[in-house]
Design a protein around this ligand. Structure first.
Ligand SMILES: [Zn+2]
Length: 252
């Protein structure tokens, strides 16, 4: 057993990968709230931009109608002046009809402007509400970042340390075994290996510790006799015997 290198070197790598996976999950859990708040901020900023753009368009439409209304009002004033210069009753009445028509137009435009101003007010209220929500979200993000900054720093430094250990551990694994191991890692991140579970007194029941499917005595014998990779036929994980584990308590 002492001469074997394949499984023991893979086990060392596997234990580091298991920790890496675990600590990456912990970091992701700490960051999860912040990611959710950041997504909310992105969403709020997008709706604020839409509201502001709609507000600018409404303002422009109001200005156009306002200008139109003023031009017509000036026209009415001019026509009123020309009433005094009317030479006949017919001409006088004709101008009155024109004034009345133009007044009606002005009144319609006024209604339209009021309608747009109502829309603008609603739009501005919504924009203010979104700005308030953005302020709150930003505060809660700052808060969350401040609270978790120490924990995040600890986890990141631990992960860096594990990456260094991993690079070192990889150097001891034979190249071909490393390729196989990496392939299985893609399928089972941090969980590429599984112990063969059995009791020396009852070799009838031998199972894979990864998928709990049955294995046989040959798996145990070949693992004990050959320095090579043996995989579970059901789940494909690389098998190891509990006795191959280093004799120290596993770090948690
Ligand atoms: Zn299995």
């Amino acid at each position: 057993m002492t001469a074997f290198t394949t499984i023991p070197s893979l086990l060392a790598l596997y234990r580091i990968d298991r920790d890496l996976h675990e600590f990456k999950n912990r970091l992701a859990a700490v960051m999860k709230d912040q990611v959710a708040i950041e997504n909310n901020i992105t969403r709020l900023n997008a709706s604020l931009q839409e509201l502001e753009s709609a507000g600018r368009k409404l303002q422009a439409t109001i200005s156009t109608h306002d200008l139109d209304m003023k031009t017509r009002q000036e026209h009415i004033e001019k026509m009123r002046t020309s009433l005094n210069n009317a030479k006949t009753n017919k001409e006088y009445s004709a101008i009155l009809v024109q004034i009345s028509a133009e007044k009606e137009e002005v009144s319609k435009i006024e209604t339209t402007i009021l309608d747009f101003m109502g829309q603008l007010e609603t739009n501005n209220k919504s924009a203010t509400a979104v700005r308030d929500q953005l302020d709150l979200a930003q505060k809660s993000l700052d808060d969350s970042r401040q609270k978790s900054s120490q924990r995040v720093a600890e986890l990141q430094s631990h992960l860096q340390e594990l990456e260094i250990q991993r690079t070192r551990a990889m150097e001891s694994v034979p190249a071909e075994s490393r390729k196989q191991y990496d392939r299985i890692c893609q399928r089972y991140p941090g969980d590429a290996m599984a112990p063969v579970d059995f009791n020396e007194n009852d070799m009838e029941t031998i199972t894979c510790g990864g998928c709990f499917m049955g294995l046989n005595i040959e798996d145990v014998n070949l693992l004990r006799g050959r320095d090579e990779i043996r995989k579970c036929r059901s789940c494909g994980r690389i098998l190891y015997l509990p006795e191959m584990l280093p004799q120290q308590a596993s770090a948690s």
